[in-house]
Write a protein that binds this ligand. Sequence first.
Ligand code: SIN
Length: 264
Amino acid sequence: MNAITVTPITPRIGAEIGGVDLREELSEAAVERIREAWLEHQVLFFRDQDLTHEQHIAFGARFGELHIHPTVPHHPKHPEVLIIHADENSRSVAGDGWHSDVTFEKSPPLGSILRLTEIPPNGGGATLFSSMYSAYEALSPAFQDFLEDRVALHRLGKLPGHRQDATPPSAQHPVVLTHPETGRKGLFVNQGFTKRIEDLSREESSAILQYLYKHIENPNFQVRFHWSENSIAMWDNRCVQHLATWDYFPATRHGYRVTLKGPE
Ligand code: SIN
């Protein structure tokens, strides 16, 4: 087997992984190398990985138990697999605003592994990833201190493609999350699901969240991934937010995501 290569794309976030065929059962050493690169670079990209659903699931399962999405329909034969699809009939697409996945759950997923099997023929459909470590580190120490012990409420709102329950799922999380594996601090509020910062007035909470949402959009914290057929992005949901662009309508973009469950 070739040695696994890790090529950073920016100094802050993102690396491309080479020298590995994800159709094969990976050695412990290979999984460890990928896990280390994932923790360091926060989002990894793999090219030319023509996987079956079973191989995609098996790869994900090497990094933890797989999550079954509570409110989005999944693949009919594989509940762990979410279908990501947009075409000329789409009125919306999944993930076209900045978000971390499923933060309305008490224990949000560790990460997600998305592979695209069909990409728009004339380009477009890139995914943007933003480092929440970099976003946090760019704040002044005084503002970091203010945010440090704050807690935010996350709740599933009315989102296209999501089942609407009478009582939408919700959870509280720290505004500044210390990553359990790296020990680094990152912002953990997102415009997809965060509703308010607790213990502040509605106006204060809204002003601070709006500031933070604008702050995380700084391109200096980001990497933009241009997909090719059978490429894979594997992101760490604890320190990365992402956004799927939808600049390719009416073309088709299609793929599958497995998601790594958070701790019980
Ligand atoms: C998602 O939010 O998981 C979808 C990302 C994408 O389609 O690029």
